[in-house]
Design a protein. Structure first.
Length: 433
């Protein structure tokens, strides 16, 4: 299976939770032979309640045969449609593996495919399946039963993807993925089970997500998942002009608003982008314009280099992915090797799952530790259980560290463009004095 093509399909529809698509794609997409498609009732964009869009390339009727089928959270009404039931019954027969995340499990149960299965999911889904012919498992991470892998949300979705990658492509590649994505999450808060949840803030939280072409969406999607748990969160996916574009290793999405039309926001989220974005003058002006009003800036992975180019990390502690940490000092920042670093209103983090932890830290900064703990424990059910425990260089073998280092040839390009952007930002700041 190492060199063959593997066709992976994600069902998307109403109730879409983008983190359950982009997160697993960040893991599965590391093998070039893994080809991903997105499937819904009809081809076209499917949008979550906050405005994040993923394009379905196929309908249920014209979807190709799949080696791996992924069923993320879906609106229960959509998951029970006859077209979904028929599609599942047809695809499951030939698939090598099937992943069900969160309420995606209900779709499999309704299709009559899980009789006697040992399963896990989020607490709401497991409670809804009390009378179903399944054995529910809690607190153990993803559960595999034959070709079926079931998982809860957030870290559960990612760990299901690592399990599938190991089965399809071998454990070495799955271990490399854990290192490259620095999958070493940790719970930062504790919400006792007998303690009532604090009221969530009702005032809208306005969030801007920098969304250029070829964005690495896993670096922003954790933050989107966290902030979406708040009532009345408002998202603006901003770029020079709104429009559709493809993300790295993943799906087509779209920006929804231009920089010029974006209102003042409370939070700005930046993930890894292509190197040239750090010198994009319109993007840098946008950050400078938001700086006085925004309460938090989040830079995940190479997003931290962009914040440095915008002048937000001057003499501030910061982090990024482990191969880029030495670049921070060359851009005026104080490098730290912690996975998440906060100084003043800037939070930087390691890649992918670091987006979750940076956003939870932002919630603590904005609303207090009790609210952050409630979201982490009860809403996101953030219960990491890494499969291999090699999410940092210190824990990885020499061969894994060498393979991960092959990404370093891009670093000179990131540094060159970030330096240009920083020079532009310094000129702009000098002119405004």
């Amino acid at each position: 299976m190492l060199f063959t093509t593997c066709r992976i399909g994600f069902i998307i529809g109403p109730g879409l939770r983008p983190a359950h698509v982009a997160g697993p794609q960040s893991v599965l997409g590391l093998h070039p032979g893994n080809k991903t498609v997105h499937i819904s009732s009809q081809a076209g964009f499917v949008t979550d309640q906050g405005g994040y869009a993923i394009e379905a390339e196929h309908s249920f009727d014209d979807a190709p045969d799949l080696d791996l089928l992924v069923i993320p959270d879906l609106d229960p009404g959509f998951g029970q449609r006859e077209e979904v039931r028929r599609f599942l019954q047809r695809q499951v027969k030939g698939a090598k593996l099937v992943i069900a995340i969160g309420s995606g499990l209900i779709s499999l149960v309704n299709a009559g495919l899980m009789a006697g299965a040992r399963v896990t999911s989020d607490e709401t889904t497991l409670s809804a399946l009390t009378d179903a012919d399944v054995e529910s498992v809690r607190g153990q991470g993803p559960v595999q039963w034959g070709k079926f892998i079931t998982a809860g949300p957030s870290t559960g979705a990612l760990e299901a993807a690592y399990l599938a990658l190991a089965a399809l492509r071998g454990r070495w590649l799955a271990r490399l993925a854990e290192l490259v994505l620095e999958y070493e999450p940790r719970r930062r808060y504790d919400a006792p089970a007998d303690q009532p949840s604090p009221p969530l803030p009702s005032q809208p939280l306005k969030v801007a997500v920098i969304s250029p072409p070829w964005l690495y969406s896993p670096d922003i999607i954790g933050a989107v998942d966290v902030f979406s748990a708040l009532p009345n969160a408002e998202f603006h996916y901003v770029w020079e002009q709104p429009g559709a574009s493809r993300s790295i290793f993943g799906h087509r999405s779209r920006s929804t608003l231009s920089f010029d039309l974006c209102p003042e926001v409370d939070v700005v989220v930046v993930g890894a982008m292509l190197p040239w974005v750090s010198a994009n003058e319109n993007a840098l002006r946008f950050i400078q314009r938001q700086h006085s009003s925004a309460q938090v800036f989040i830079g995940t992975c190479a997003g931290a280099l962009f914040l440095a180019s915008a002048g937000l990390l001057e003499q501030k502690s910061a982090t990024t992915n482990f191969t880029m940490i030495p670049l921070l000092a060359k851009l005026g920042a104080k490098p730290e090797e912690d996975p998440v670093v906060r100084e003043d209103k800037v939070i930087t983090s390691a890649p992918a799952v670091g987006s979750y932890e940076a956003a939870l830290m932002a919630i603590e900064q904005l609303y207090g530790a009790e609210v952050a703990a409630a979201l982490e424990t009860r809403v996101l059910e953030y219960r990491p259980k890494p499969l291999f425990g090699v999410g940092s260089p210190e824990k990885a073998s020499l061969s894994l560290r060498f393979a991960a280092s092959l990404m370093k040839p891009l670093n000179p390009f990131y540094l060159w463009f970030a330096r240009r952007g920083r020079q532009f930002s310094q000129r702009q700041q000098a002119q405004s004095r």
